[in-house]
Design a protein around this ligand. Structure first.
Ligand SMILES: *[C@@H]1O[C@H](CO)[C@@H](O)[C@H](O)[C@H]1NC(C)=O
Ligand SMILES: *[C@@H]1O[C@H](CO)[C@@H](O)[C@H](O)[C@H]1NC(C)=O
Ligand SMILES: *[C@@H]1O[C@H](CO)[C@@H](O)[C@H](O)[C@H]1NC(C)=O
Ligand SMILES: *[C@@H]1O[C@H](CO)[C@@H](O)[C@H](O)[C@H]1NC(C)=O
Ligand SMILES: *[C@@H]1O[C@H](CO)[C@@H](O)[C@H](O)[C@H]1NC(C)=O
Ligand SMILES: *[C@@H]1O[C@H](CO)[C@@H](O)[C@H](O)[C@H]1NC(C)=O
Length: 391
């Protein structure tokens, strides 16, 4: 009797010990498991931990900052929603169906590797994927997002900092639900006409820091949802007529750090919703009258560091403008009519020009002006009437 009780006591005890060991083993020694997250980041792993050591309820698996150079097949985790493989040394995604065991994956992070090609087959069965990060790789060509794409539900695609040189009409035909596309910091010099015209939902397109030299009226054809477009740090020399009429919902347009010399009258036609226009650090010496005429909602116009030497009464006609930056140009004079229509203006930057003369009353209509910077010019005499109307 006594003997039996001791036995069962021992049994209970060893069972308890055993369960504790199993529970502890449930999380791989290199990882930390909490909630439904398994965090194996910042280690020296060269592959995924054994599947027995990853809790089957895992929804987020962090494998970033390890030493994985090849992904054969990701672990069988049907609940997995997010997989982070950033900052490893993965060279390719050429195996068929790498993520076949994660049919519910929504977010896949592959940034900071050395991936050079992305075939469509890499993403087989990822029909729920909404965000895909491929930034900071060495991708030269992509075929994964064309008509044979397996990731048709994708909403965000990050290809920033790769080695893409051209975008073609078929490049994005298979990802028509995209709302954000980041192509900045590549080496893109050619964009085939209509390349983005399948992206009817696209709201954000980043193309800054590339080698784009020429735009035309078909480059951004058919993008009715686009609100934000960056083209800064490229090699754009001319702004053809009607370049942006395919994206009349634009609110933010960045064309800074290019080689534009003239702003033609119809360059920004139809952009009735634009609030910010960045044209700084170009070589603009002439702005045709009425060039900003359609920009009725424009609030910020930045023309800093160009080659402007004159303005006219028909240059700045946008009634809602709050900020006008004309610093570091070659303006020689300010005349009464130059800013007369900008009654809401709060910030006016005119420093670093060669202004010798400011006509009396030039700022008379600017009743809301908070900041006027006009230092670093060649003014010799200023009368009380010069700043008449300002507070
Ligand atoms: C973990 O996932 C299970 C279903 O797989 C769910 O019931 C539970 O609420 C999740 N727990 C946390 C902390 O998210
Ligand atoms: C690229 O653009 C997307 C879309 O707006 C953004 O979420 C992401 O952070 C950008 N990537 C980088 C590396 O800046
Ligand atoms: C970018 O492309 C140009 C050709 O358009 C090439 O001459 C140059 O070497 C490329 N630069 C890089 C960093 O790949
Ligand atoms: C501009 O924005 C308004 C809402 O603010 C919207 O109704 C309109 O369709 C937008 N597009 C154009 C081209 O005016
Ligand atoms: C700026 O434009 C002028 C002509 O308006 C041209 O002579 C000059 O070379 C251009 N400068 C640069 C840096 O492109
Ligand atoms: C300035 O003068 C040039 C001709 O000298 C003219 O083409 C241009 O439209 C004028 N106005 C502006 C704002 O550049």
């Amino acid at each position: 009797m006594v003997h039996t009780r001791t036995m069962s006591c021992l049994l209970v005890l060893s069972l308890a010990v055993l369960t504790r060991v199993v529970a502890a083993l449930d999380c791989a020694p290199q990882c930390r498991c909490y909630g439904n997250t398994t965090d194996c980041s910042h280690g020296v792993l060269t592959e995924f931990p054994r599947i027995q050591l990853i809790p089957s309820s895992t929804e987020i698996l962090l494998m970033n900052y390890n030493r994985i150079s090849e992904v054969r097949r990701s672990p069988r985790l049907p609940n997995l929603l997010e997989l982070n493989l950033e900052d490893n040394s993965i060279t390719g995604l050429t195996r068929l169906g790498i993520f076949i065991h994660n049919p519910n994956l929504q977010v896949l992070r592959l940034g900071g590797n050395v991936i050079s090609t992305v075939p469509a087959s890499a993403f087989l069965w990822l029909s729920q994927l909404v965000r895909l990060f491929l930034n900071r790789n060495t991708i030269e060509t992509i075929t994964a997002f064309g008509s044979n794409s397996f990731v048709g539900s994708l909403k965000m695609l990050d290809l920033q900092d790769n080695k893409l040189t051209s975008i073609g009409i078929g490049t994005f035909t298979g990802v028509s639900l995209l709302t954000e596309l980041n192509l900045s910091s590549n080496n893109i010099s050619t964009i085939e006409d209509g390349s983005f015209s399948h992206l009817k939902e696209l709201r954000v397109l980043y193309l800054h820091s590339n080698h784009i030299g020429a735009l035309n009226d078909a480059t951004f054809l058919g993008m009715p949802a686009l609100t934000r477009l960056t083209l800064g740090h490229n090699k754009i020399q001319t702004l053809p007529d009607m370049t942006f009429t395919g994206s009349t919902n634009l609110e933010f347009l960045d064309l800074s750090f290019n080689d534009i010399s003239t702003v033609p009258r119809t360059a920004f036609s139809g952009l009735y919703n634009l609030t910010t226009l960045l044209l700084d650090r170009n070589n603009i010496s002439s702005i045709e009258d009425g060039a900003f005429g359609d920009l009725v909602k424009l609030q910020s116009l930045v023309l800093r560091d160009n080659a402007l030497h004159n303005m006219s009464a028909s240059t700045f006609t946008t009634p809602d403008l709050l900020e006008l930056d004309l610093a570091e140009n070659s303006l020689a004079a300010v005349r009464r009519e130059d800013f007369a229509r900008l009654t809401k203006l709060k910030y006016l930057h005119l420093h670093g020009n060669v202004i010798t003369r400011v006509e009396d009353g030039s700022f008379a209509n600017l009743n809301n002006l908070l900041v006027l910077e006009i230092f670093g010019n060649r003014l010799t005499s200023v009368s009380a009437a010069t700043f008449e109307g300002t507070q």
